[in-house]
Write a protein that binds this ligand. Structure first.
Ligand SMILES: [Zn+2]
Ligand SMILES: [Zn+2]
Ligand SMILES: [Zn+2]
Length: 143
């Protein structure tokens, strides 16, 4: 069967899933797509998706409990910190404390993580169409 049909693809950019050859020579769906290799929350979110689950808000994380379910992005659809020459970003994240939009950890500049480090704002949300998962930088939890 065509297992590629079972894997999520990035609809907006047409990313193809990567297949890895298992030792026996059979193809197995991989746990990782190129855009999630450096992006821990996205990797965790996709893993949940693949296993048919949705992220649940962790009761142990005060930040996600306190954060809103969504926030008005200050620069919808673009990274607020990107400067000419920074190159393309892969995905966008929005800060749940202030609405700052920054690029993800698969993007060369990692502006969303940079914003957390500069401000201490603990939680962000995916700013990608069709995704609403949230991430706590402090506790490294999805929810
Ligand atoms: Zn937390
Ligand atoms: Zn950026
Ligand atoms: Zn912020």
């Amino acid at each position: 069967m065509d297992i590629s049909a079972l894997l999520p693809t990035d609809r907006s950019r047409g990313t193809r899933p990567v297949l890895i050859h298992a030792p026996e020579g059979t193809l197995c769906p991989v746990t990782e797509l190129p855009d999630e290799r450096n992006d821990r929350p996205l990797g965790l979110f996709r893993r949940l998706l693949r296993s048919g689950q949705a992220p649940r808000s962790p009761q142990t994380c005060e930040h996600l409990r306190a954060a809103p379910n969504s926030v008005e992005p200050s620069t919808p659809g673009r990274c607020a910190d990107h400067r000419p020459g920074d190159g393309p970003w892969v995905h966008l994240r929005v800060c749940l404390s202030c609405g700052h939009v920054g690029c993800c950890d698969s993007s060369p500049q990692r502006h969303a993580t940079g914003h957390h480090q500069a401000t201490g704002h603990p939680a962000m949300q995916s700013h990608e169409p069709g995704e609403d998962w949230r991430w706590c930088y402090v506790d490294e939890l999805l929810g």
